[in-house]
Design a binder for this molecule. Structure first.
Ligand code: SF4
Length: 549
């Protein structure tokens, strides 16, 4: 496997900075513009402090040092920073992050719907959102999303550059003007497909599905029509100057990412990755924050190699991957096929995972698809963080396990990532506080039996009396409706519909059901305890220890 690079962003300093007595010193009159430049000067910015507050396993100084090394970015455009942005970071030292893509297409959605999707993605804890609109009023949608967002917003600016013109008509002025316009609007990170070079194009001829990145395919067409190099590559230093001014973080696009398992890790993808490495070094030398984008569709056994190769070639710059999908034959379930790959990617080297929704390859995600995608990816990111041993990453899991062991349903729901759904599923058959659930029923509930063993001497266990199996009613029409619509309904709606068994179980409103073993009154508990027999000596437990010896 490729080993980590021995270099960091410190090895790619601007040419006019000088190393004086072990400290890098900028030229006279230099004013830092980016988090990277502040970090190089040893400054702790408010954004670094906020990041450390949000991730308590890191100190502000550690955040600064990771940013200075180029292993972490804080995407915080100076315009968005002054609006509602809550700064976060992306890097291997921090928790794995999840991005949710959205955006109107020429055939579906609009500004209001996209702002609603943004709020929905934030509700499900997406860490960043990309507006990939290609239809409707792109400018108005982007502006509205930045103004409403507390999370960093990313874009692929080439999409809006070709509104009203054909790709062949794109020129240097339009590219720089388009980037500057979006930077002024407050976009926090931008995908720029500068790594697709003219000499890479013959390498895609033998692919099963060619170039699947929109930006990559548009620029490939431009190069073929003009017989010239990728203009984004040739303008790289000028593009860096624009992004540096507003501290827009680069997300250097992988225009030649594989679009199917057969094309993974092929010469085209690897040739582009080598160029992404060069662009990373040059962006650092221009004072810009950088992350690098990655595939795509990758067989499970190639994921580790892909992650480690990027970390080596790009010197630890955060890797931001789409999926990857580990099989191609489950359209409609690609949030699952890809979150399997995403978990492996996050474990082996990725810092941010771009979600995939069930609509991938099929259509524009709607609100319900956004939820499915974000949650699948929160699972992938969290599973990797636990496996990586990030301090504190497992705390909530352990608390939930304790609540589950105690059959404390309220706490169980409260600690669940999606409390409404957990409660609704539980209440679908038993909408009362019982010490078992409908999965196994009372007499086969191993958690209840374990709890009962532990609580034997408390008298709550009712002397292990074997009770009649408890039988619940069949599904009501309302429950049947829930099951039919599962995955489509929003949690509030599921919860509203999920209600049936309170009366069946004769539970009083707000009280536990009569089958709950905690129901024993203190006096009954004392009586039961005194009557209960020691399981070893068969003497009453109430008898003095000597009598039971
Ligand atoms: S009934 Fe089964 S699934 Fe439900 S709490 Fe008990 S052991 Fe767990």
């Amino acid at each position: 496997m490729p080993q980590p690079s021995g270099k960091t962003a410190w090895d790619f300093m601007p040419s006019d900075w000088k190393l004086v007595a072990g400290r890098w010193t900028p030229p006279a009159g230099f004013v830092p513009a980016t988090q990277l430049e502040h970090a190089r000067l040893g400054t702790l910015t408010p954004e670094m402090r906020r990041v450390a507050q949000r991730e308590p396993h890191l100190t502000p100084a550690q955040v600064r040092d990771e940013v200075a090394a180029g292993r972490m970015v804080i995407p915080a455009n100076t315009v968005h920073r002054d609006l509602r942005l809550d700064p976060m970071c992306i890097g291997r030292a921090s928790l794995t992050k999840v991005n949710a893509n959205m955006g109107a297409s020429p055939v579906s959605s609009g500004t209001d719907e996209e702002v609603e999707k943004l709020r929905w993605a934030e509700r499900w804890n997406a860490d960043t959102v990309m507006d990939l609109s290609t239809g409707g009023d792109l400018d108005r949608t982007r502006e509205a999303i930045v103004r409403a967002a507390t999370v960093p917003i990313g874009t692929v600016p080439i999409y809006s550059m070709i509104v009203g013109r054909r790709i062949e008509q794109l020129d240097d002025e339009a590219i720089l003007a388009g980037l500057e316009h979006q930077a002024r609007q407050g976009i926090d990170y931008m995908t720029v497909h500068a790594g697709v070079l003219r000499e890479h194009l013959p390498l895609v001829r033998d692919r099963l599905i060619g170039i699947v990145s929109r930006g990559g395919s548009l620029l490939a067409k431009w190069m073929l029509v003009h017989g010239r190099q990728n203009p984004m590559y040739e303008l790289w230093n000028e593009i860096c100057a624009v992004l540096r001014r507003w501290d827009v973080t680069f997300s250097i696009g992988d225009g030649l990412r594989p679009g199917g398992l057969a094309d993974a890790t092929d010469p085209a993808q690897l040739a582009e990755l080598a160029t992404l490495s060069e662009l990373t070094e040059r962006a650092w030398a221009n004072g810009c924050q950088v992350m690098v984008e990655g595939p795509g569709h990758v067989p499970f056994d190639q994921i580790e190699y892909n992650m480690k190769l990027q970390r080596q070639l790009c010197h630890g710059a955060p890797f931001y991957v789409l999926g990857p999908l580990v099989t191609d034959i489950f359209p409609g379930y690609d949030h699952i096929t890809s979150c399997i790959g995403a978990t492996a990617a996050a474990y082996h080297g990725a810092s941010m995972l771009c979600y995939v929704t069930p609509k991938e390859h099929l259509g524009l995600p709607k609100k319900a698809d956004v939820k499915q995608g974000v949650i699948a990816y929160k699972i992938a990111a969290h599973a990797a963080d636990i496996a990586l041993g990030i301090p504190g990453a497992r705390d909530r899991d352990d608390e939930l396990t304790k609540a589950r062991a105690a059959l404390n349903w309220e706490k169980h729901f409260e600690l669940s990532f999606d409390p409404d759904l957990a409660r609704a599923y539980h209440d679908e058959d038993l909408d009362v506080d019982t010490d078992f659930c409908a999965m196994c029923g009372h007499d086969w509930c191993s958690v209840r039996i374990s709890k009962e063993i532990v609580e034997f001497t408390s008298g709550k266990a009712d002397a292990y009396q074997w009770e009649q199996p408890r039988v619940t009613d069949a599904l009501s029409p309302a429950q049947r409706e829930i099951l039919e619509q599962r995955g489509v309904l929003e949690p509030d709606e599921i919860h509203r519909l999920a209600s049936k068994t309170r009366a069946t179980m004769r539970a009083r409103e707000g009280h536990k059901a009569s089958c709950h073993s905690d129901e024993a009154e203190p006096a009954t508990a004392r009586r039961l305890q005194s009557e209960a027999l020691d399981p070893v000596t068969l003497e009453p437990l109430g008898a003095p220890p000597a009598a039971r010896a």
